[in-house]
Design a protein around this ligand. Structure first.
Ligand SMILES: [Zn+2]
Length: 356
């Protein structure tokens, strides 16, 4: 990772400002939101009404995809980049977050402020922050086992469900998020009311069509919600974890390295999955300027790719993914090295400022 060569010769605000949300951005986002709500409704209808189990499972996958897409609409709205109107972003963002049971204001605080403000700075950014060897060794046995599970290559769902959603995005305690505000409780109540209505509607449909309540609630609500946690856990893991990407403990060092650009990866998926996920993998551009809407991220990322060819940018395959999983377990913040759980060095990170 050597994005420092040109790192001091450009201005963050100016570089991608032409891709920011236009002042009249209403129609396109409205259509995308309605399309994703329609996806969610069609998927749910298939689960509830199909008389074939395979078709019902297909419906479960459609609902899961719709939850992911709606969440990403909410993510843009929360950044203020989806609609050009702040009021529409606040209202539609809350609606889009409902199926993922995400409390809008808690997400805003944890994501916009802590993650975007300080990505890859230990102590401020909470998302997939690695432990040092000493921190890991001091953990109780059960927490060490959890960390091994989370970073096993298949533990993203468990990580996101427990460490992110349960602790920080749904009735989060002051201990977890540092403050206690009325809007956090109101937004958590809103998603609770939605969850009750969602489950209630499915129970009603099961009774009306004489089907198993347990089966329909499992396929229409529980499995999509768990799969959604797996998808988002996987996505956010890939965004900031890589043998070439640094984590920091020292704020000046973090600042010198422009971590919003250099400690962020662009991971390319096969079969158009990037587009299905509203281009969220074009992540350097998103971190450099969260005011860029999903519709312009691909072009913005291409500008960065041309200007900084040394940025972490790769196609995901079994081999590239397993390389990340096997090498990124713990982090040595003093020497900028990734370690395995025994403390053995698995990768040395070249800092951007060292190359400048
Ligand atoms: Zn964001």
């Amino acid at each position: 990772m050597q994005a420092g060569t040109q790192a001091n010769t450009w201005n963050r605000k100016a570089l991608l400002c032409s891709f920011e949300t236009s002042r009249t951005q209403i129609l396109l986002p409205a259509m995308v939101l309605l399309l994703d709500i329609a996806f969610c409704s069609v998927g749910t209808a298939i689960v509830l009404l199909a008389d074939n189990l395979l078709l019902k499972l297909l419906g479960t996958l459609v609902v899961t995809l719709a939850i992911v897409r709606l969440f990403l609409v909410g993510h843009d709205a929360c950044h203020g980049s989806f609609f050009s109107s702040a009021r529409l972003n606040a209202v539609c963002g809350r609606i889009a977050f409902l199926p993922s049971l995400t409390a809008f204001s808690l997400w805003e605080m944890g994501h916009n402020t802590a993650h975007h403000g300080f990505n890859n700075l230990k102590g401020r950014d909470q998302v997939w922050a690695p432990y040092s060897k000493a921190e890991f060794d001091a953990l109780p046995g059960y927490r060490r086992a959890l960390e091994r599970l989370y970073r096993s290559g298949l533990g993203w769902g468990a990580y996101y469900l427990y460490e992110m959603w349960w602790k920080k995005l749904f009735f989060a305690s002051k201990k977890e998020v540092g403050s206690s505000r009325r809007k956090y409780k109101l937004d958590s109540l809103l998603v609770t009311a939605f969850a009750a209505a969602w489950v209630g509607g499915v129970v009603y449909a099961a009774a009306a069509t004489e089907q198993s309540v347990a089966l329909l609630v499992t396929l229409a609500v529980i499995v999509p919600f768990l799969l959604w946690n797996g998808v988002i856990g996987f996505v956010v893991y890939l965004h900031h974890t890589n043998p070439g990407i640094a984590w920091f403990q020292n704020r000046q060092e973090w600042q010198r390295n422009r971590a919003y650009l250099t400690s962020t990866a662009c991971v390319r998926f096969p079969w158009g999955m990037d587009r299905l996920m509203h281009n969220i993998m074009e992540h350097n551009a998103h971190h450099l300027n969260p005011g860029i809407p999903m519709f312009s991220l691909r072009e913005a990322q291409q500008v960065l790719r041309d200007k900084f060819p040394e940025l972490c940018d790769y196609r995901i395959t079994r081999r590239t993914y397993m390389d990340v999983v096997q090498r990124c377990k713990l982090y040595d913040f003093a020497n900028h090295q990734w370690l395995d759980f025994d403390g053995k060095v698995t990768a040395r990170v070249t800092l951007a400022n060292a190359a400048a």
